[in-house]
Design a binder for this molecule. Structure first.
Ligand SMILES: [Ca+2]
Length: 536
C-alpha cells in the first residue's frame, strides 16, 4: 500500500515535469530556460523534496569518433533532465572486448546499448541475471507500451524482459524488374516463379533492350546464392517457416521451399538466364550486373539503396523503368514477405538498479525522449523538442528548401544534444510514415521505393519465431554447416550435383550438428510461447 502511494506520487510528479518540459510556450515565470525546469514548483510540493540529480552512466558503440566529453550538447542534456549523464561511446572495433571486461569485472554501467549482432552476449548476461527485468516499467511508459509484442520476444528470458529494442525497419525487401524490357517484349509482370522463369529466359534470348545484340539476361545473382529471390518466407533460406511432422520449426535452408527455389535457379542456369559465373561473383560485381544494364531483375530494399548505382544505370539506359514484384502465392496458400528483424540495437539496464526505481524511471524518461520521431517533411524549429535535440536552428542546424535538416557542425564539435544520448534512433511506429523515398533525389529510385512501401502495406508480414535465438550448437556448428549447404546448393544449380541428392544433403546437415541446432532452437521457441505462425 505504502509503496503504491509513493509510486503514484512519483508518477504524477513525473507527468507534471514532462508537461513542464514540453509546453514551453507558456512559461509562467518568464525565465529563459523553462526546459531546464525538471524540478518545477508543483513537483517539489507533491514529493516534499526536490528531485535528486542522478548520476547515470552508460556504454554503447560508435562508428567514427565520439563527441568531446563536455560539449555544449552534453551540458544541455544534463540541464534539461537534471542529471549527470554520461554515455561512453566505444569505437565499434573494441566494443565487445570492452563491455565484456566491464560486465565480467562487475563494473557494468547503469545501461548498455548493444548492437543487434551482440545478441549472444546479451542472452548470456541476461541468463546470468546481469540485467534488470523491465516488465513492470513497460506498463508505466507510453513509448514502451507502443512496442509490439513480437519485438519483445528476442529479449525475453523465462518471461522476463531484459532489453528494449531500437527501431529498424520491418518492411521486407523485394525484387525489381526492368519494366521497359517487359514492355518491349509484350510480357506481363510475373506473379509466380513459372512466370518469372519465362521472363528471365525472354530477357536472355529476346533482345529486350532492342539494340540488336545478344547482351542481356534475366536475374543478377552472386556467390552464396545472393540475393535470394525469395518471394515469401516459404522459399526464404534465412528464416524459420517450415515445420516438421512434430511441429518443430526448421531452417529455411533445408526446407522444401528452398529445394523448389534451387530447382528454379538450376533451370535458369541451364538457359543462361542468370549470372553465369555467379558462384564466384562478389556483391559489388553482382550489383554491377544489374546497374550496367545487363541483367533484368535485382534486389530492392526500402532503404540503403545506392543512388549512384541507379544514376549509372540511367546514364547507360535512360529509358529504364522498374516494377517491383509483389510476393508470390506459395503452395501452402500463404502470400506475403517476412518481416525484417525490427531492431537495430537493444538497451539493457544494470540489475543493481532494482533498488532504485526512481532512477530507472529517470533513465527511461531520457531514453523515451531520445526516441521521438520527427518526420522529415514536417521539420520545424517551432517544434521545441526537435529544435533542442538538434542544437537549435542557426547554431546546430539549418533547414534547406526541402525542409531537410542540415547540420552546421561536425559531431566532434559536440554542439548538439542528440550526440550525447546513449541512443538517438527514433522509434517509427506502424502508424508513422517513415518517408523512405525522401532519402533519394533520383525520381525513378523514389518511385521504385514507393512501390515497395506500398507492397509492404498491402500484404501481411510473417514474423518468424527464431529471431534473436543463438543456440550453443549454432555457435559451434552453424557457420560451417551453412557454408556446406550453400556450396552443395550452388553445385546443384550449376549441375555439378543432382537435385535428387537433396535428402542426402539434409541428412548430412542433420548428422553434423543440424539436428542439435533444430532441437535447441525449438526449445527456445516453445519457451517463448511461439506456436502458430505470426502474420500481421
Ligand atoms: Ca540486346
Amino acid at each position: 500500500m505504502h509503496r503504491y502511494v509513493k509510486k503514484s506520487l512519483v508518477l504524477l510528479a513525473l507527468t507534471m515535469a514532462v508537461t513542464a518540459c514540453s509546453n514551453n510556450n507558456t512559461p509562467p515565470t518568464g525565465t529563459e530556460k523553462p526546459a531546464g525546469g525538471a524540478t518545477a514548483e508543483p513537483t517539489a510540493a507533491a514529493t516534499e523534496k526536490p528531485e535528486e540529480t542522478y548520476k547515470i552512466t552508460g556504454a554503447t558503440y560508435i562508428f567514427g569518433n565520439p563527441p568531446p566529453k563536455d560539449g555544449r550538447g552534453q551540458q544541455m542534456l544534463n540541464e534539461k533532465f537534471n542529471v549527470d549523464y554520461f554515455a561512453e561511446k566505444i569505437p565499434n572495433d573494441n566494443f565487445v572486448e570492452k563491455i565484456t571486461a566491464m560486465v565480467a569485472g562487475g563494473n557494468m554501467p547503469d545501461q548498455i546499448s548493444f548492437r543487434a549482432a551482440n545478441i549472444d552476449l546479451f542472452n548470456r548476461w541476461a541468463k546470468q541475471n546481469a540485467f534488470l527485468p523491465l516488465n513492470d516499467y513497460i506498463e508505466e511508459f507510453d513509448y514502451l507500451k507502443e512496442i509490439p509484442d513480437e519485438l519483445w520476444l528476442p529479449f525475453t528470458v523465462d518471461g522476463k524482459i531484459y532489453g528494449i529494442p531500437t527501431w529498424s525497419p520491418v518492411e521486407s525487401q523485394s525484387f525489381m524488374v526492368r519494366k521497359d524490357w517487359l514492355d518491349n517484349l509484350g510480357l506481363e509482370v510475373p506473379t509466380s516463379y513459372e512466370e518469372l522463369k519465362e521472363v528471365a529466359i525472354a530477357f536472355t534470348n529476346g533482345d529486350p533492350d532492342k539494340n540488336g545484340q545478344n547482351d542481356t539476361y534475366g536475374l543478377a545473382i552472386g556467390q552464396n546464392i545472393n540475393p535470394t529471390f525469395s518471394m515469401g518466407p516459404y522459399w526464404q533460406h534465412d528464416t524459420w517457416y517450415h515445420q516438421d511432422a512434430e511441429g518443430n520449426f526448421l531452417p529455411g535452408l533445408i526446407s522444401d521451399g528452398r529445394k523448389e527455389l534451387i530447382q528454379f535457379f538450376s533451370d535458369l542456369y541451364a538457359e543462361k538466364a542468370l549470372t553465369s559465373d555467379f558462384a564466384v561473383v562478389n556483391w559489388a560485381d553482382t550489383n554491377n550486373e544489374f546497374y550496367s544494364g545487363k541483367a533484368g531483375a535485382f534486389l530492392i530494399a526500402v532503404r540503403g539503396m545506392s543512388q549512384d548505382y541507379m544514376k549509372t544505370l540511367l546514364e547507360i539506359n535512360p529509358g529504364a523503368e522498374f516494377v517491383v514484384l509483389e510476393p508470390f502465392a506459395a503452395p501452402d496458400g500463404s502470400q506475403g514477405f517476412s518481416a525484417g528483424q525490427g531492431y537495430g540495437r537493444m538497451l539493457a539496464l544494470n540489475a543493481k538498479l532494482a533498488d532504485n526505481p526512481d532512477k530507472v524511471r529517470k533513465m527511461l524518461e531520457i531514453h523515451g525522449f531520445s526516441r521521438n520521431y520527427y518526420q522529415a517533411s514536417k521539420n520545424s524549429s517551432d517544434n521545441e523538442d526537435f529544435d533542442w535535440f538538434y542544437g537549435n536552428e542557426g547554431t546546430g542546424y539549418t533547414l534547406d528548401k526541402n525542409n531537410t535538416r542540415v547540420p552546421l557542425n561536425e559531431p566532434a564539435a559536440g554542439v548538439e544534444p542528440f550526440l550525447y544520448f546513449l541512443d538517438s534512433t527514433a522509434w517509427i511506429s506502424a502508424d508513422d510514415d517513415a518517408e523512405y523515398p525522401r532519402a533519394y533525389s533520383e525520381p525513378k529510385l523514389i518511385e521504385a521505393t514507393q512501390q515497395l512501401v506500398d507492397i509492404n502495406k498491402k500484404y501481411k508480414l510473417y514474423y518468424p519465431p527464431h529471431v534473436g535465438i543463438i543456440s550453443p550448437a549454432e555457435i559451434e556448428f552453424g557457420p560451417e554447416l551453412t557454408q556446406m549447404l550453400m556450396n552443395e546448393q550452388t553445385k546443384m544449380i550449376t549441375g555439378n550435383r543432382p537435385i535428387s541428392d537433396w535428402d542426402a544433403m539434409v541428412t548430412e546437415y542433420m548428422d553434423r550438428g543440424g539436428k542439435k541446432i533444430i532441437e535447441e532452437y525449438n526449445a527456445e521457441i516453445k519457451a517463448r510461447g511461439y506456436s502458430d505462425r505470426i502474420w500481421k
